[in-house]
Design a protein around this ligand. Structure first.
Ligand SMILES: Cc1cc2nc3c(=O)[nH]c(=O)nc-3n(C[C@H](O)[C@H](O)[C@H](O)COP(=O)(O)O)c2cc1C
Length: 174
């Protein structure tokens, strides 16, 4: 099995979706991929709130981001939280470790979604409205919003994306 690299190279952020609903089974596949991400001390600090088949709630959540024009058309939104109860301490480096684990879990979801023929977009801009997202999703104050992921079947053309040459990002190599 060697399917990771093509997924990494082909995955693009998708911001246009068809109206086709996503099945619960597909969402479970994404969440199962997320759960296999590495995490510091295997704490698995991620928590998820899924909104699907609920246009009204999707619209309300969309209104909390400047990207509402396309987010509201996503058939599914997955809010990803960090469970602050998993932070034994408020030491910044511990927080960072757990936040990084959640990034790994999100990337697992995005790559799996791509493999399943779905398009996703990682929405960070909505973080400024964390409190309102928590309120709409009725989740506890212990959960810190890390991102909202839009999920749907892509409509429209393939998007292009660029990266700078990796040698520009290497600061040293001994
Ligand atoms: C932490 C994070 C936050 C992001 N927030 C947003 C966002 O709020 N809105 C958006 O349209 N895209 C967002 N993106 C997607 C990036 O714009 C996108 O990954 C980048 O432009 C590269 O494009 P590609 O994913 O198609 O390769 C975010 C990505 C990451 C990793």
């Amino acid at each position: 099995m060697n399917s990771v690299m093509p997924c990494i190279l082909e995955r693009r952020s998708i911001r246009k979706y068809t109206s086709e609903e996503i099945s619960k089974d597909v969402i479970m596949q994404l969440l199962n991929a997320a759960k296999w991400a590495p995490s510091g001390n295997n704490i698995q600090p991620w928590r998820f709130s899924i909104v699907m088949n609920n246009k009204e709630l999707i619209k309300k959540l969309s209104s909390l981001t400047v990207y509402h024009n396309w987010v509201e058309n996503a058939p599914c939104l997955i809010a990803v939280f960090l469970d602050s109860k998993s932070l034994d301490d408020k030491i910044p480096s511990i927080y960072l470790k757990h936040a990084q684990s959640i990034g790994a879990a999100i990337q697992n979801m995005l790559l799996t979604a791509h493999e399943l023929g779905l398009g996703t977009c990682w929405i960070g801009e909505i973080l400024k409205n964390e409190g309102k997202v928590r309120e709409l999703l009725e989740v506890s104050d212990d959960l810190q919003l890390m991102a909202v992921i839009s999920v749907g079947y892509s409509s429209g053309k393939e998007l292009k994306s660029k990266r700078r040459d990796i040698t520009e990002s290497i600061v040293s190599w001994f």
